[in-house]
Design a protein around this ligand. Structure first.
Ligand code: ZN
Length: 306
């Protein structure tokens, strides 16, 4: 089990590696650029090589890139689909140049065209990159409105097309908000078994470890600090002790509204990891910790569906 956080890259992507190390991260996630903007700037070669060097030295793995919120690869609107595709291609090329391991995708919204149509549009977008590096991971959603990916079976079409070339990112808050009672061991096992049988064995490659600020089945994508939401620490204990999930990277996308919020949330996860023998140090990097900055801007906002 590796633990890590979503790190803001405001001070540059190379700095993000330092921040991750100071938080004791064994893995981490970033946005490549402002997740709410269509504008891109070309990244300098020196910046890319400095980032790769820092990652190599830090022994952090996997390096995860998250798709910008504004993209909707499932859109039936030709203009939005083309804009999303163009930016997605830039993102994938940049993520590859940075040596990222995984690229996490929010499946998007079908805008009334239906889940099947949405998944077909998404499949067409993914096709040029499905077998390339970084590996594409589809994230489950809270399932609100026309959002696709609230039910795991929504992804069956994509696994039918691409098999193990793609994978899944299991967001704990989203699953709960979409109606999966992952606080109940039996229900959790049922869900994990269905994913393995109906999509692909070993399809889940990453966990977004977030508590939920909204109730089960609410469809509302609201993240909360670990142990302070509707899931509670016990839900994370079930995951950590699970023979399969307990081997995966756990990345938090919890609110950063308090000083040291990431550090505290990671410590809770690592304490659980130690309890079940999945981790042997509270601070695996051994780097001296500094205070996390208080981030006013939350990064756990629901994707904007175009
Ligand atoms: Zn997530």
């Amino acid at each position: 089990m590796r633990t890590g956080a979503h790190i803001w890259i405001g001070e540059g992507i190379e700095k993000a590696v330092d921040t991750a190390e100071m938080l004791g991260c064994g893995c981490f996630q970033i946005f490549l650029q402002n997740p709410r903007s269509w504008k891109r700037r070309k990244r300098a070669d020196e910046e890319i090589s400095a980032f790769k060097k820092s990652v190599k030295r830090s022994n952090i793995k996997p390096v995860v890139v998250h798709m910008p919120y504004i993209l909707n690869l499932a859109s039936p609107d030709k203009k939005i689909a083309a804009m999303s595709q163009a930016l997605f291609e830039k993102e994938m090329i940049e993520a590859e140049s940075l040596g990222a391991d995984y690229y996490v995708i929010h499946p998007g919204s079908h805008r009334g065209a239906g889940i099947e149509a949405g998944m077909k549009n998404l499949a067409a977008s993914l096709r040029p990159f499905a077998a390339s590096s970084p590996r594409i991971l589809l994230e489950n959603t809270a399932g609100q409105g026309n959002t696709i990916g609230g039910r795991w079976e929504d992804f069956a079409y994509l696994f039918g097309r691409f098999g193990n070339d793609i994978g899944l990112c299991f967001d704990t808050a989203h699953a709960f908000q979409a109606g999966y009672n992952i606080k109940d061991e039996e229900k959790l096992n049922e869900m994990l078994g269905a994913i393995s049988t109906n999509l692909a064995p070993g399809a889940i490659l990453l966990i977004h470890a977030n508590d939920s600020a909204s109730p089960m089945g609410s469809g509302l994508d609201r993240h909360q600090h670990i142990g302070r939401g509707y899931l509670g620490e016990e839900a994370f204990e079930l995951l950590v002790k699970d023979a399969y999930c307990g081997t995966l990277p756990f990345i938090i996308e919890t609110p950063k509204s308090e000083i040291n919020a990431d550090r505290k949330n990671l410590e809770i996860l690592r304490t659980i990891g130690m309890k079940y023998g999945k981790i042997n140090k509270l601070n695996p990097s051994g780097k001296k910790a500094i205070l996390d900055k208080k981030m006013v801007r939350p990064h756990n906002v629901t994707s904007i569906n175009l």
